[in-house]
Design a protein around this ligand. Structure first.
Ligand code: ADP
Ligand code: ADP
Ligand code: ZN
Length: 213
């Protein structure tokens, strides 16, 4: 099962991809997570990606395409994978098409999670993540039992440097200009579905499960 989760920053891609990955036993491939790990580790890729990520712009297509090409070649992707946050430009979508063709793979479902703009801003500015296990939280919609502490593993919750209002507005503009056109690339391909991301997290999850089967 090969899936693509699309949608603006804050729509709930990561939240849902994590749960779907667990349920179906396939890895969540988040280019955002991989790039943050590269920045933290100070690798060449991390050094090249840092400035764009901090301003809310996009990292260059060649970097993210290279990351995904390497990642889908790993053994744990044999059963399938969920692309979360990739492709984000039409050029990335075209590169993915040829990458899949070379490997005789296809995408089973492209799912676009939609969300109102003001909800996106409050979702992103209220977001925190467990530094240890990666579980996501929100200061209103998904509060941990104890402030700053992960319910699942007791790890410390952290907030992302780029989750501030100014950068978020820039990310939303970048989404409209560069990522929204990717929907057109997939809309006519057949396997495209839209899911209302304004629903409760559990309802979104159930809707996704009914699509995936
Ligand atoms: P994305 O990966 O699309 O950027 P996330 O999955 O990180 O989005 O979600 C952004 C924030 O919104 C997180 O704090 C998450 O807990 C919260 N969130 C996700 N889905 C919903 C939902 N359906 N309703 C309310 N809050 C949500
Ligand atoms: P969000 O959860 O808000 O959608 P991500 O964690 O997916 O954000 O991405 C964080 C940042 O990493 C983006 O603002 C961008 O700078 C960079 N990034 C992630 N994926 C891509 C991609 N496919 N192409 C270019 N840049 C990317
Ligand atoms: Zn945790």
């Amino acid at each position: 099962m090969n899936l693509i989760f699309m949608g603006p920053p804050g729509a709930g891609k990561g939240t849902q991809a994590r749960q779907i990955a667990e349920k179906y036993g396939i890895p969540q491939l988040s280019t955002g997570d991989m790039l943050r790990a590269a920045v933290k580790a100070g690798t060449e890729i991390g050094k090249k990606a840092k400035a764009a990520m901090e301003s809310g712009g996009l990292v260059t297509d060649d970097i993210v395409v290279g990351i995904i090409a390497d990642r889908i070649a790993e053994p744990d992707c044999k059963k399938g994978f969920i692309l979360d946050g990739f492709p984000r430009t039409v050029a990335q979508a075209k590169a993915l098409d040829s990458m899949l063709k070379e490997r005789a793979l296809k995408i089973d479902h492209v799912i676009d999670i939609t969300c109102d703009t003001e909800a996106l801003v409050s979702r992103i500015t209220g977001r925190s993540t467990c530094a240890k296990c990666g579980e996501g939280y929100h200061k209103e919609h998904k509060k941990p039992a104890k402030e700053g502490v992960c319910d699942k593993c007791g790890g410390a919750l952290t907030t992302r440097a780029d989750d501030n209002e100014e950068t978020v507005r820039n990310r939303l503009t970048v989404y409209d200009q560069q990522t929204a056109p990717v929907i057109g690339h997939y809309r006519h391909a057949g396997a495209f579905k839209t899911v209302d991301g304004m629903q409760e997290m559990n309802t979104v999850f159930k809707t996704l499960c009914s699509i995936i089967g």
